[in-house]
Each structure stands twice: as C-alpha cells, then as structure tokens.
Ligand binder design. Structure first.
Ligand SMILES: N[C@@H](CCC(=O)N[C@@H](CS)C(=O)NCC(=O)O)C(=O)O
Length: 321
C-alpha cells in the first residue's frame, strides 16, 4: 500500500483515522480554583480575561473556527491570539511570524514546547488550535470542538453586548446531530479523501462528502443559514471547510466532483458568510495554499503551490437574505 502522510493515524484498510485530542481542560466560571490558580479537581480552569492565549494557524480549519468565534462574540480582548507560520518544520508549528521567532506572551519558539511542558511524554501530533495558559505556559485544551462550544457557553459574561447566540439551548439536540454529520462527512471528510491510501477508502469518503454537500445544499435552498435565519456554530464549522474547498481540497485532497463555485446554493451561502464581518476578514488564501500544498509531501512531493484559483468571486453579490 502507498506511504501514508500520517501512518499512526492510518488504518489497515488505508483509511485516515484522526488522533484523539490529548488536552481536554476547560475554562469555566464554575471552576473551584481562585484567579491565577490551575485546574480544579474536575479539570476546570478559572475564567479570567487576558489570561489565556489561543494559538492558531490561519490555514487550519479547526483553528479557524475558534478565531471566527472570538470576533463574533467580541472575545478578542479577553483571549489573546498567537499566529503560527503556515509551514511547519521538523519540530512542528513555529512562531516565526513574531519578532525573533518567539511568541511574545509565551516566550517559546515552537508550540511543541508548550505541549511538552504540559505532558513530557506526549508523542502525538502537536496541533492547533491550542488554548494555552500564559501564567504557567501549560496547554489547557487542544479539544477544538469543545473549545468553541465553551467560547459560546462558558465565556458568556465576557461577550460583547448583542453577541449572537451560536449554540441556543433549544436547538442543541438538532445542532449537535447536524454538526456530527458535517464533521464526519465534510470537515473531516475532506481529510479522509486526501489522506486515504487505498482506493476503497478514498471512494467511500468522496461519496459521503458529496452526498452530504448535496443534502446541505437542499437544506440551504430555502433558508439563509443551516438552522434558519440566524447564524449558529454549525455555519461556522461548515464555512471553514467551504472556504478552503477550491483553494486546497478540490486539488490537493482530490475532492473534485465539483468545485464550490459549481454548486450554486453552497457557493452563494459561503459568499454570504464570507462577506459577514468576522468571517472573510479572517481568511488568508495564501497561508491556506502554502500550508496544504507545502506540508504534505506524501500527497504533493514537489511542494509546488498552485497559483490559482482566482478568489475574486468571493466578493460578488450573494443574493441571499
Ligand atoms: N486536534 C485535532 C485537529 C486539529 C488539527 O489536525 N490541526 C492541524 C492543522 S489543520 C495540525 O495542527 N496539524 C499538525 C500536524 O499535522 O502535525 C487533531 O489532532 O487531529
């Protein structure tokens, strides 16, 4: 069988099986710890403005979710941002975009330093997003789905006035089910296409991906957002994959039944979100293309980054709403 990009996360049948998230601490107003303290007996860190730092990569869809939520909820002042270089070297994510190649708040050059300071025995992939405690340098969480739900629910006292409710109580069962389908077939589905090393695994992921996109397209044909007339977390999660689709997944991951621009409902929906404050202003197509095409040598051995596609269409009127 072909060489896997991530052999520890590839099954015997050639399927990509994503590693679990190692750090699952949560920041919550219910923590029993005092300000400045560590996690309590239940792993709950105290909620404090200015204490925690979100490490993200502009290219990464999982990290991009959290970045969008900081803006939508008005948490930019409460949680600071560290942005890594889109290209990892052999030691992983680097703070080469910062003066001296060091994150000014954490004082480290590689994100792996924070992972190893938290768990010296850590051997998995060092991933973004990571929420890091600036007082101790320890990783609180790399559990990206819980992280964004907590930004909506646990950080509420620090939201801006009028912040949207992205995870409304009455919709949670339906939202959770919808987000699980989107995760399996779309968010992670594109990776299951791209990292498959058997034809059967690729075929299965490809078929599920486009079947789900067709179903989502039907759902969005007569409503502006996935849950109706208001943006929810499900829209954020779908957007971060759609915005990378033509620039990365269509070519690099062989998700090529159609381009996003050839799926009229989804393309208009994605443009609508892109043009909403907090979405398009956080997108960096250059970082996206350099990251995907430049860091998966098993898939793109030359590392050549394509010059296309033309992204000017993202600014075109969307005709929705
Ligand atoms: N934490 C999740 C998802 C986050 C994730 O995969 N982030 C990517 C960037 S999109 C990453 O940090 N990859 C580092 C690597 O592949 O070494 C995981 O472990 O799979």
């Amino acid at each position: 069988m072909a060489r896997a990009q991530f052999s520890a996360e590839t099954s015997g049948s050639g399927e990509f099986v994503r590693q679990p998230n190692r750090f699952t601490g949560r920041v919550t107003p219910d923590s029993d710890s005092p300000p400045g303290g560590g996690p309590d007996a239940h792993g709950r860190w105290p909620l404090e403005a200015g204490r925690y730092r979100l490490v993200w990569c502009r290219a990464c869809p999982w990290a991009h979710r959290a970045r969008i939520l900081l803006g939508l909820l008005g948490l930019d002042d409460a949680i600071s941002l560290a942005t890594v270089d889109p290209i990892r070297d052999e030691r992983g994510w680097r703070f080469t975009l910062d003066p001296g190649g060091r994150d000014p708040a954490l004082g480290i050059s590689y994100l792996s330093e924070a992972y190893l300071a938290t768990d010296p025995g850590y051997t998995g992939r060092v991933t973004v997003p990571a929420l890091v405690d600036t007082l101790t340098g320890r990783v609180v969480s790399n559990d990206y789905p819980q992280l964004t739900l907590d930004l909506s629910t646990q950080w509420r006292s620090l939201h801006r006035p009028g912040a949207p409710d992205l995870y409304p109580v009455g919709l949670r069962d339906e939202l959770d089910a919808l987000m699980a389908e989107i995760h399996r077939d779309v968010n992670n589905g594109v990776y299951r296409c791209g990292f498959a090393i058997s034809q059967a695994a690729y075929d299965e992921a490809f078929t599920a991906l486009f079947a789900r996109l067709d179903a989502l397209s039907d759902r969005l044909a007569d409503q502006r957002y996935l849950m109706g007339d208001a943006i929810t977390e499900a829209d954020v999660r779908l957007f971060t994959t759609l915005v990378r689709f033509d620039a990365a997944y269509h070519g690099h991951f062989k998700c090529n039944r159609h381009k996003l621009t050839e799926l009229p409902v989804l393309w208009a929906y994605a443009r609508d979100l892109f043009q909403t404050p907090g979405f398009g202003d956080t997108v960096d197509f250059d970082h996206i293309k350099r990251h995907y095409y430049g860091t998966h040598p098993a898939i793109n051995p030359t590392g050549i980054v394509p010059l296309g596609p033309d992204t000017s269409g993202w600014a075109a009127p969307h005709g929705r709403g």
